[in-house]
Design a protein around this ligand. Sequence first.
Ligand SMILES: CC(C)(COP(=O)(O)OP(=O)(O)OC[C@H]1O[C@@H](n2cnc3c(N)ncnc32)[C@H](O)[C@@H]1OP(=O)(O)O)[C@@H](O)C(=O)NCCC(=O)NCCS
Length: 184
Amino acid sequence: MPPDRSANPVSHSRCKMTEIVLPNDTNGLGNMMGGRLLHLMDKCAAISAQRHAHRVCVTAAVDNVEFQSAIQEGEVVVIESHVNRAFHTSMEVELNVWAENPLEETERKCNRAFYTYVALDDEGAPVPVPDVQPETTKEQERYEAAAKRRDIRLVLAGRQGLDEASSLKEDMLTALQRSTDLPG
Ligand SMILES: CC(C)(COP(=O)(O)OP(=O)(O)OC[C@H]1O[C@@H](n2cnc3c(N)ncnc32)[C@H](O)[C@@H]1OP(=O)(O)O)[C@@H](O)C(=O)NCCC(=O)NCCS
């Protein structure tokens, strides 16, 4: 039986993966292929989800993958992930990716993404997961932003109507208010 906890700190789900980029991982330009990077990111995020949920977890959605900077052969990819927030059976995992050049001792941020995982029970059905307990201001900000991202992704996936997106309502009302408050 998985441990029975009502909430885990973000640190409980942290995962860091480090991998060198070899010729087999690259395209004709000598840059790491996007699909190869997404595969590593999915593995890292799955470890975070399973550390949090103590269950087998599957990827339900991948969004906001930004390829900001190409990673070259010989560089070291560093991927860090953690669970920002758990909902009922699903969790948002945030991933950040850096490229490290060990010869030049440099490092640059390359990617950021949000993956959604669902925890499954022994029969393969979605099962509730513990909450996340944010402990720092940054973690609290990410926790709150995760609810808004969840509403956006469920609306885009056609799983939720815009009228049900409660976390977005306040923002929309504020934006509307600002637009009507503009000096004439
Ligand atoms: C993900 C999966 C378990 C959801 O099953 P389902 O029958 O739709 O289950 P539910 O409607 O009860 O949804 C379960 C959770 O998934 C979330 N979910 C489902 N689709 C989602 C999507 N596109 N984006 C975000 N969350 C999603 C729901 O919001 C719900 O979260 P909550 O319990 O926290 O509110 C199912 O679609 C599945 O097994 N997909 C294949 C997963 C897979 O093979 N991944 C790749 C390999 S790991």
